[in-house]
Design a protein around this ligand. Structure first.
Ligand code: C5P
Length: 222
C-alpha cells in the first residue's frame, strides 16, 4: 500500500468536500468524492428517463455508465462517459434525485465495487456517507464530520447563491434535512457514524481549525 485509507463521512453540507480537498493537498493524497459518483449516476438516470425506483433499469444503467473522477488543476473533475459533468451534477434537482437513487441496491453495489477498487492502493481520502462503515470498514483513520442543520443549510445556501441558483435559505435548510433523513433511514448502507470514527462538530469551527485537528490525528497514525 502507498499510504493510509482515510474515511470522512457525515451529513450534507458539513464541509466534507472542502475539508477533504484541502486535507488531501496537505497530505499528498488522492481525494475521492463518492457523492459525486452517485450524482453522476443520478444525472445519467435523469437523462435516460430511468425512474428512481426502477432497480432493473438502474442496474442496466450502472453497467453501461462510465464514471471517472479526474484531477485537473487541483480540482476534482467528474466524467460521465467521458463528458465533464462537474457542474451539471450540483443543481438542487440532481441533489434531490441523487438522494433517492443512492438508496437503491444496484446503484450501491455497483459504486461500492468501483470505490473499493479506487481506494485499495491507499494514499486516499474518501468522503461520503458509508465509507467508514461499509466501503472501507478497516480504514486506518475515520472521521465523522457534522454541524447543526441550520449551519449546514446556511453553507449550502451560500454555495448555491454564489452559483446563481434561485433558492431561499428556508428551502435549502429543508432540502438538507430531507436528504439527511433519506440517508439515515435507508435500508442499504445508511448514514451512520462508525464506532471507531473521530467525531468533529464543525458548527463553530473554522476550516483551518477542522483541518488542523484532522491532520494531527492522521500524523499520529503514520
Ligand atoms: O456528498 P454529496 O452531497 O455530494 O452526496 C450526494 C448524495 O449522494 C447524498 O445525499 C447521499 O444520498 C448520496 N451518497 C451516498 N453515499 C455516499 C456518498 C453520497 O449515499 N458514500
Amino acid at each position: 500500500k502507498n499510504g493510509l485509507i482515510i474515511a470522512i463521512d457525515g451529513p450534507s453540507g458539513a464541509g466534507k468536500s472542502t475539508i477533504t480537498k484541502l486535507l488531501a493537498e496537505r497530505l499528498g493524497y488522492i481525494h475521492i468524492d463518492t457523492g459525486a459518483m452517485f450524482r453522476a449516476i443520478a444525472l445519467s438516470a435523469s437523462r435516460n428517463g430511468v425512474e428512481a425506483d426502477d432497480d432493473r433499469g438502474l442496474e442496466e444503467l450502472c453497467r453501461s455508465t462510465d464514471v471517472v473522477l479526474k484531477r485537473s488543476n487541483g480540482c476534482c473533475m467528474v466524467l460521465l462517459n467521458g463528458e465533464d459533468v462537474s457542474h451539471a451534477i450540483r443543481t438542487p434537482e440532481i441533489s434531490a434525485l441523487t438522494s433517492k437513487i443512492s438508496a437503491r441496491k444496484p446503484v450501491r453495489e455497483s459504486l461500492l465495487k468501483l470505490q473499493r477498487r479506487m481506494g485499495e492502493q491507499g494514499g486516499v481520502i474518501l468522503e461520503g456517507r458509508d465509507i467508514g462503515t461499509v466501503v472501507f470498514p478497516d480504514a486506518e483513520v475515520k472521521f465523522f464530520l457534522s454541524a447543526s442543520a441550520e449551519e449546514r443549510g446556511r453553507r449550502r445556501y451560500l454555495e448555491l447563491v454564489a452559483k446563481g441558483e434561485q433558492v431561499t435559505l428556508e428551502q435549502t435548510i429543508a432540502a438538507v434535512i430531507s436528504r439527511d433523513e433519506n440517508d439515515e433511514k435507508r435500508e442499504h448502507a445508511p448514514l451512520r457514524c462508525a464506532n471507531d470514527a473521530v467525531i468533529i462538530d464543525s458548527t463553530r469551527l473554522s476550516i483551518e481549525e477542522v483541518l488542523e485537528s484532522m491532520e494531527k490525528k492522521v500524523r499520529e497514525r503514520v
